[in-house]
Ligand binder design. Structure first.
Ligand code: NDP
Length: 494
């Protein structure tokens, strides 16, 4: 069975343009290696004295950017080392594993869903005391210590150490018709979009493990899948290629490259121009959908010119550690790994990064006791007082457009400004929202959103609906205490 798991936007840790940083020594090295040599690896020399922390607010010992397996395990080890640790979950919480179905090579599991791995890791990290913030880091200034990070919500903090675990984004071909048809016939996520191609003919571009996985995810839905491989062999592991034999409707076409994607006036993909690089001939082939599986680019834009990177933008780490070219800044997972790119390896590198960060903090005299003494200056102290914004929905489209609700349970409260029970319920709902960042929340003013009221047959407010993967999974009418709200939420936990 396939579960729709798209979390909307492609993961982008959008490039905040950093002006006048005056950082020394960065450099995109031509080295393809994931470990650099000492000669090519030097960042700014900071003065790591405790004086530098005076008069700084929102201090955090360990800021982890990204919430895939690398970020989660960095969090687990950070918290276990009793470091105040915050994970910034980013635009795509959980990372690429959220788009994966069966994972058969995660330690200790015969087969497990990608999102289930993330759910377990998140719960483990949270139990150990990691703080999660559903925000992306939009800019980072590594030119001064403590390092200044700014989130997409404008939250500014000062991190004593940073672990970059921002992962990677699927690559694009850069051919005509690709951008124009993106999301309506061109996709990089079969798990998300396969159900839209029922009974149709589709292509998967690429010859690696991802291409095999995409084809297998598409096969049960579509009429025919053709894997388009540009060489005369596939790069995918033999075991992965073997799995293809179980699917009669998957074909492989070798020595072909895509040149253009064509669509009709309705914006539906109709055909592609392919180039047979053996016959040296171009042809137009009818097709309904194109799925790209041609590798990934590391999400490092905000660190350009600040950290040593290879030509593809992977952050270089050194000396068999996760240390980057800036002391106190570490990288883990696909953002630095151009070789192995496995969830298990990413998790392990997150562990290493956190151990490195802990060791670094110790070496400059930062202890838990010292951090506790800073009290009001600590970001984690402030976190408790940040009021989570509950978005308002006005139409069915608002609800549908709230793509992040997929995979995460979302509670939507219908209320009325003129109803005293609603007035009592809203602060309880807000408090519950504040204490439960595992869920998403939204509110509907029933006086202003008649379409939603009629669509969901709301006859009484307050009334709370629960959604998952865009589907209604439960509802509860009337005024509730926080405990009752918790019990209602608990009924949806697997
Ligand atoms: P890979 O880099 O391994 O493969 C990319 C594929 O895309 C290659 O076949 C490459 O061709 C092809 N390609 C690249 N650019 C183009 C282009 N412009 N036109 C046509 N084809 C192109 O990436 P994957 O995403 O497949 O895998 C990344 C990593 O993730 C790997 O380490 C893989 O093992 C792992 N993975 C593991 C899975 C699992 O274990 N279940 C599932 C998915 C991924 P060429 O060979 O000619 O360079």
């Amino acid at each position: 069975m396939f579960i729709v798991k798209k979390i909307g936007k492609i993961p982008v840790f959008t490039a905040g343009i950093l002006i006048g940083l005056g950082v020394l020594g960065f450099i995109k090295y031509s080295s393809g290696s994931r470990h650099s040599t000492k000669e090519t690896f030097s960042g700014p020399k900071h003065d790591f004295t405790l004086n530098a922390l005076k008069n700084k607010d929102n201090l955090v010992s360990l800021a982890v950017i990204g919430s895939g397996p690398a970020g989660m395990m960095a969090g687990v080890y950070g918290a276990r080392a009793l470091r105040d640790t915050v994970i910034f979950e980013g635009d795509k919480p959980g990372g690429l594993l959220m788009d994966t179905t069966d994972v058969e090579n995660w330690p200790g599991e015969n087969a497990i869903n990608g999102p289930d791995i993330i759910t377990k890791l998140r719960a483990q990290a949270k139990k150990l005391g990691v703080f999660f913030l559903q925000e992306s880091i939009e800019s980072a200034d590594l030119s001064q210590w403590p390092y200044r990070l700014i989130t997409d919500n404008g939250t500014q903090l000062h991190a004593l150490t940073v672990i970059i675990a921002t992962g990677a984004t699927p690559k694009r071909l850069g051919i005509p018709g690709e951008d124009e048809n993106w999301g309506s016939g061109v996709s990089a996520c079969a798990v998300c979009d396969a159900p839209f191609f029922k009974g149709r003919d589709v292509m998967v571009i690429g010859g690696g493990d991802s291409a095999v996985e995409e084809a297998i995810q598409l096969a049960p839905y579509v009429n025919k899948v053709t894997i388009m491989v540009r060489k005369d062999t596939m790069r995918a592991a033999a075991s992965m290629q073997e799995r293809l034999k179980n699917y009669a409707n998957i074909n492989i076409w070798y020595n072909v490259e895509l040149q253009e994607i064509l669509s009709n006036d309705q914006g539906s993909v109709t055909s592609v121009v392919i180039y047979d690089n053996r016959e040296k001939r171009s042809d137009t082939v009818a097709i309904d959908g194109v799925f790209l599986a041609i590798g990934h680019s590391p999400n490092t834009a905000i660190f350009n010119e600040q950290l040593a990177m290879d030509q593809e933008g992977h952050i270089l780490v050194t000396d068999r550690t996760q240390k980057t070219s800036v002391a106190g800044v570490f990288a883990a997972g696909d953002v630095e790994d151009s070789t192995y790119r496995q969830a298990g390896v990413a998790a392990a590198s997150g562990i290493r990064a956190a151990l490195d960060a802990d060791q670094f903090l110790g070496s400059i005299g930062i202890t838990k006791e010292y951090m506790d003494s800073l009290n009001e200056q600590l970001f984690v102290q402030q976190l408790a007082s940040i009021v989570r914004d509950i978005p308002s929905f006005f139409s069915v489209n608002d609800l549908k457009a709230y793509e992040k609700s997929k995979d995460t349970i979302m509670f939507v409260i219908f209320y009325s400004d003129t109803c005293s029970s609603s007035a009592q319920m809203m602060p309880i709902f807000q408090e519950f929202c504040q204490e439960n960042d595992d869920y998403l929340f939204a509110k509907v003013n029933s006086d202003a959103a008649q379409e939603l009221v009629q669509h969901f047959f709301v006859h009484k407010v307050p009334c709370i609906f629960a959604f998952k993967n865009g589907e209604l999974i439960g509802r509860c009418n009337g005024l509730m205490s926080k405990q009752q709200l918790g019990e209602f939420a608990a009924t949806f936990q697997e």
